[in-house]
Structures are given as C-alpha cells and as structure tokens.
Design a protein around this ligand. Structure first.
Ligand SMILES: *Cc1c(COP(=O)(O)O)cnc(C)c1O
Length: 239
C-alpha cells in the first residue's frame, strides 16, 4: 500500500518536473500539495514517509482530526485548507491550518484574521476567484476581485499570498482559465504596488487532470489528490 503511494508520488513529481522543463521553469518553483481529503491519517503518514510535507484538506473537521492525529509531525508539515469555508468554521481553520486557499469574501477574511491565534505566525491566504467555467458556486467574481484584495492585504493577522482557481475539468480549453488567473494576478499586483502594499507570489491552480496546463501558465502550487492517493468515495467528493 505504501509502495503504491510512493510510486504515485514519484509519478506526480515527474509530471511536475516535465511540465516545468517544457515551460522553462525551475521544478522547485512549483510546490506540490497532496490533497488528502477523504483519505485517513495513516495514508497521509505514508506520503510523509515518502518526503511529502504539504497537505490539502477540504472539510474543517476532517482536516483538524488528521492534523491532531499527526501532531508528532506537525512542525514538519504544512497544512492547506482548500475547501469552501463557512463563517462558523473560520475559528477552527484559523487555529489549525497554515494556509487557506479559499477566501472569497471580506467577512471570511476578517474572521480568519481576528481568530488567528497570536501564538502562531500570520495565516497565509489565497483568494479564490470564480473564473469563467468554475464548477463550484464559490469564489469571488473577477469584477469584484480588486476591492477584496485591497481589503485582505490590510488585515493584520493574514498574509495575502495569491490567487486560487478550480476550473471545470470538462472544459474544452485546458489553458484559458489558468491564463486568465495569471493575468488577474498581474493586474492585482499593479494595484497593490500603487497602494504601497506587498505583491502576491502564489498561483494555486492545477489538479490531477490538468496540472501540466496549469504549470505552463505559471502555477506555483498544484493541488493533487487522486493521482497521489487514488480514487475517493464519491459521496464525500462534493465540494
Ligand atoms: C479535491 C480537490 C483537489 C484535488 O483534486 P484531484 O482531481 O483529486 O487531484 C484540488 N483542489 C481542490 C479545491 C479540491 O477540492
């Protein structure tokens, strides 16, 4: 079983490295986040034993249970919350995760900042943008992005790092939504600079089926689940 995860991880790392080479980018400029939602903590531990240290979770309770089960490794792991976030779950996420990729409105961002424990470094956040053919209903519309970015950038206990998107896997043009997100990052960074605020350095885009297209369009983080851990049970895969 652990051999299966090891082999899958090697295959995914090869895909990342090949896509980086084709795009004339350094493989180290792309971080692999292993999306472990629906998979038990012992599978995460198996991936960790193969050198994987960044993990993504979609559901607050499930994620926190795994973080606590793997507390012995906590100092060497980076936990990313990538799922839709309701305001009644912001406190638990702010207390346990290192990153949140799914900030899509001011209220959520403000609660995360208010609730981030002072004993921890600032929470690293990406803003989820609902680009043209997004599957989910969440994410900020591109037209509303700039005011949200300026708001999040000024919150004291979060650090605005970038943009995230989840384009529909069934789209005709693999590249277009990723190129669109990259252009939005450039535009937002111009505005941030004009406002004397730090620029963003993260494009969280690309999953098991489209990480090559995402890397060719500038992804700095790819979120890969099934290609590492195998199939999920469909009932829990609706986020
Ligand atoms: C589940 C999920 C992933 C991983 O998807 P795979 O197709 O299994 O690689 C990535 N990002 C988000 C937001 C997800 O919900």
């Amino acid at each position: 079983m652990d051999d299966v995860i090891q082999q899958s991880l090697l295959t995914v790392r090869d895909r990342v490295a090949n896509a980086a080479r084709l795009a004339q980018r350094l493989p180290e400029s792309i971080q692999l986040i292993a999306v472990s939602k629906t998979h038990p903590a012992d599978r995460v531990a198996a991936a960790y034993a193969c050198g994987q240290n960044a993990f993504g979770e979609n559901y607050p309770q499930e994620g926190v249970e795994k973080i606590q089960a793997l507390a012995a490794y906590r100092a060497h792991m980076v936990w990313h919350f990538i799922g839709t976030l309701q305001s009644n779950k912001t406190a638990v996420v702010a207390s346990h995760f290192d990153w949140v990729h799914s900030v899509d409105r001011m209220k959520i961002a403000q609660r995360l900042s208010d609730q981030r424990p002072v004993t921890l470094p600032a929470l690293q956040v990406c803003v989820h943008v609902n680009i043209s053919d997004e599957t989910s209903k969440s994410g900020v519309a591109p037209a509303a992005l700039i005011p949200l970015i300026l708001y999040v950038a000024r919150l004291p206990r979060v650090c605005l790092r970038g943009l995230m998107a989840i384009p529909s896997p069934n789209r005709s043009d693999q590249h277009a939504p990723f190129a669109q997100l990259r252009q939005l990052l450039v535009r937002c960074n111009q505005i941030l600079t004009e406002n004397n605020l730090p620029v963003m350095d993260t494009l969280s885009m690309g999953m098991s089926s489209d990480l090559e297209a995402a890397i060719s369009e500038g992804a700095t983080m790819v979120r890969v689940g099934s290609a590492i851990f195998g199939m999920r049970t469909p009932a829990k895969d609706a986020s």
